[in-house]
Design a protein around this ligand. Sequence first.
Ligand code: ZN
Length: 254
Amino acid sequence: MPQEIVLIILVALLLFFPQQANCSSVLPAAEAFTSRSVDTADRNITPKRMVKPLSLRKIALTFDDGPDRINTPKILDILETENAAATFFVVGEKVERYPEVIERIFQAGHLIANHSRTHADLSGLFNEEIIELELDPTSKAVEKITGYYPKIMRPPYGSLRPDSVRFLEEAGWQIVRWSLDTFDWDKERNQPEEITERIALQHHPNAIILMHCNGWETVEALPAIINTLRAAGYDFVTVSQLLGLESEGQPPKH
Ligand SMILES: [Zn+2]
């Protein structure tokens, strides 16, 4: 009968459309949830008392091979905007060339550390030469500008003989390498998204992150790096704050 058919169609429509309405309202919410990072999602549903320990996680951003006139000032601009502390392992020859950038790093409260004078492979030098030719001239150049003589050093390429490690430590030098290499120095794999993703996957509490002042890619990636790590609950500290090293004479930190 036509009336019965109409009734059946009406019932079918009532059953069908609410289901459609449910699907269309549920799906975007589900997508929105899964598209958020795990950390952000966790923080939204974690009770406040559970969030607090996350804010105690510390991480150190480090920038090697500066200063320069192009990238280092941009890095400093971003760190200032984000109110994030960092450590700059500087090369003595460039310290002499760009004293105004060293002054700015110092005044901003970042830590300045020694990365040799000529970016030499220190494993090819006698122990005395490492200090006399590479470390001391660099720290003296920093001291001339800031009044601060860095005793924290990172060997170029991470390259240092075991006997040199002992020699430098006995002479009061503090050697700091890194725990997370961003590969921002490698043109084959240093697009900004790659750098950011590497950090997003490999970050860990008390990480020392290796970056450089040499490339636009690092500058481009830096805001996203900071946002990613902040969302994961990290505070940005200098390596001396992270490792409890001596760095007397530096201005107040962030
Ligand atoms: Zn270097």
